[in-house]
Design a protein around this ligand. Structure first.
Ligand SMILES: Nc1ncnc2c1ncn2[C@@H]1O[C@H](COP(=O)(O)OP(=O)(O)OP(=O)(O)O)[C@@H](O)[C@H]1O
Length: 621
């Protein structure tokens, strides 16, 4: 079964009946290795081919689908068709010409990419894969078409090999015949099978909005409308082409494009692109909704990182990003509600005050067009119940992202309740992402080897089985574990390493020093200061709030504050320390897993205390 992006269910509401039928045939009559896209603007331009079909061996095909009736076709030219519609006679583009223009526009772009050119032979430098275009007449049988248009016109204006007619796409159509029709639309067949990196490159060129790292192009075309035929390609497509491209994988793309309205839950392992999908979704929603969009997470530093992501993309006026407790404070301020008195810490009382104020109607429900929750695993049941009420029932757009393996605050949360009990409809709406892209294989294997036996420790719930991550990243150096006599000795060694790494060209901002808790942050900050190494010690809330990943300084963070962040190099200091008295080993391990999985390429762990977690770390190298 071919993969249709977005999913058929997402597309159905905006499809014509002919498009629906054709989409079902594509899904059913093509094999798993076909990718089909429906109605996606190409390269940020307002050119929507109805369908694009890509097959590694067959190539790339652009299709227009028309629900026209034979008797309504009145006059035909190369460029135009006069069509009788319920509102009178209309002149529209000849669909063959529409599909052809789409196809050639894309070919211009793909053809400039050296890695998509033929490396040798008579056609060196030409595009390495076949391509074609055609039209689907979902309501006209072949004979009706033949009868309606004289042969001499048809062969020039609607060549029969470029068409699929109603009777050739019936439910009982034979897969081989159907495919033969599709591939009959190609003028040539040549070239070797496309490799996976080549397929990624094709997607990278076609859909700039799902690129990673490089400036993601807007999800939407400019307001200027179509560019005339033959114009230079959109800027997004004309830029320099990198040797290695990074793009969402097909599952991520499918998910991002299919989120639609209603509640959705994404259960993804560490580094599987949850935050990436959240970012894509924000861009989409900012364009589609008038009401404000709320992004919530638990961690103050992650909120700062997300805020910087949102503001760089120019959607800060539509998307509000808060960590949960900050948002509660804002609500109380905005609606002039006093914090309840009591013994509990103020941040807890702020939460209960908001809950009561919403119940009383002093703070309105349904304030936001959409709600996106990152780090859902750290939210308690009553927090989720509260924020779920904040979504406008008309859009009902709620996205919850979580990874139970990273639940550090297990005692209170770890989603041990069912999502239904807090008003989140997860059943049949949950997607699981298993591939970890962030860490090298070595780092992921190291972190997983430490944590795998402890993940399950009483921590999964009915909605959320724990998931083993699969490595999708590159290979890199083995993590290093070092034991020292004291915290001072650890800090002195790490400082020497930092200076040496910087000498070799590493930027300060690529490095983070993480620690489980206690005094390690203070000690290392003093060492860095002594050696004039720029750093930001992000332990206190006011510093976390202002965290700016772009500043060239080493980040020093307690592990819990590093959730959701990532760095090229991570050093975990005082790793065998357990900050919570009488903590279960599973809790320490889970915290350590979060810290280790923040490292993209290089990981060093240092410790001096003889504790169970120290022994486990020692045993890993
Ligand atoms: N398909 C992909 N190809 C290459 N890199 C990817 C892909 N998907 C995600 N990444 C990269 O992997 C890293 C992790 O992504 P992200 O921060 O979105 O993951 P996450 O699921 O939110 O992680 P965590 O829960 O651990 O914070 C980022 O650097 C992101 O750019």
């Amino acid at each position: 079964m071919a993969e249709l992006i977005p999913t058929l269910n997402t597309c159905l509401p905006k499809m014509t009946s002919g498009e629906k039928r054709f989409a079902r045939r594509l899904e059913k009559l093509l094999e798993d290795d076909y990718l089909c896209w429906f109605d996606i603007p190409l390269g940020g331009k307002r050119r929507y081919p109805d369908f694009i079909v890509l097959h590694p061996a067959r190539g790339l095909l652009f299709l227009e689908v028309k629900d026209w009736k034979a008797e309504n076709l009145k006059r035909l030219s190369h460029k135009q068709v006069d069509l009788l519609t319920p509102t009178g006679l209309k002149t529209v583009a000849n669909p063959i010409e529409q599909a052809r223009q789409c196809c050639y526009q894309v070919l211009q772009v793909l053809g400039r990419d050296k890695q998509l050119q033929q490396p040798a032979g008579n056609h060196t430098g030409k595009l390495c894969m076949p391509y074609g275009y055609g039209v689907v007449f979902a309501n006209i049988n072949r004979k009706q078409l033949d009868d309606a248009i004289p042969e001499e016109h048809r062969s020039k204006l609607l060549p029969s090999h470029l068409l699929i007619c109603k009777d050739e796409m019936i439910e009982a159509a034979d897969a081989e015949d159907f495919q033969a029709r599709l591939w009959g639309m190609f003028n040539y067949q040549f070239g070797a099978k496309l490799t996976l990196p080549q397929i990624d490159r094709i997607r990278w060129h076609l859909f700039p909005e799902i690129r990673i790292d490089a400036e993601q192009a807007s999800l939407f075309p400019s307001a200027d409308g179509d560019e005339p035929e033959g114009d230079a390609p959109a800027t997004a497509l004309a830029e320099a082409i990198p040797d290695i491209v990074k793009i969402m994988d097909v599952q991520q793309e499918q998910l991002a494009r299919s989120l639609g309205d209603g509640h959705r839950v994404v259960h993804g392992v560490a580094g599987s692109g949850k935050t990436l999908i959240l970012g894509y979704r924000c861009l989409y929603l900012a364009e589609a909704l008038n009401k404000p969009i709320l992004v919530l997470c638990f961690n103050i530093t992650l909120a700062a990182r997300l805020r910087s992501f949102i503001s760089v993309r120019g959607i800060g006026d539509k998307v509000q990003v808060y960590h949960f407790h900050d948002w509660c404070g804002e609500q109380l301020r905005a609606y002039h509600v006093a914090v309840e008195k009591g013994e509990a810490p103020v941040w807890e009382r702020q939460v209960t005050s908001v809950i009561s104020a919403v119940e009383r109607g002093d703070i309105p429900q349904g304030q936001y067009g959409a709600l996106l929750i990152d780090e859902g695993h750290d939210f308690q049941a009553d927090w989720l119940s509260l924020v779920a009420k904040m979504v406008d029932p008309e859009t009902n757009s709620l996205l919850l992202l979580y990874d139970d393996a990273q639940s550090i605050y297990k005692a209170k949360s770890a989603l041990k309740f069912s999502l239904a009990s807090v008003g989140i409809k997860a059943q049949g709406r949950t997607t699981i992402l298993k591939l970890n892209y962030r860490n090298t294989r070595e780092i992921l294997n190291f972190a997983y080897a430490l944590a795998k036996d402890y993940f399950g420790a009483g921590n999964s719930s009915e909605d959320m089985p724990l998931i083993a991550p699969q490595a999708a990243g590159n290979s890199g150096p083995q993590p290093v574990v070092k034991r020292f006599e004291s915290l001072e000795a650890e800090a002195a060694y790490i400082t020497r390493c930092l200076l040496a790494w910087q000498q070799r060209g590493k930027s300060w901002k690529d490095i983070a020093i993480l620690y489980p808790g206690g005094t390690a942050g203070k000690v290392i900050a003093a060492h860095l200061k002594k050696h004039a190494i720029p750093n930001a010690w992000l332990a206190a809330s006011q510093f976390k709030r202002n965290y700016n990943p772009e500043l060239d300084q080493v980040s020093i963070l307690p592990i819990p504050s590093s959730k959701g962040l990532e760095f090229e190099t991570v050093v975990v200091l005082d790793a065998s320390f357990s900050p919570v008295e009488d903590a279960e080993l599973a809790d320490d391990i889970r915290r350590m897993y979060v810290g280790l999985t923040r490292a993209r390429e290089q990981l060093m762990v240092s410790y001096h205390r003889q504790t169970p977690i120290g022994e486990l770390l020692e045993g890993l190298v």
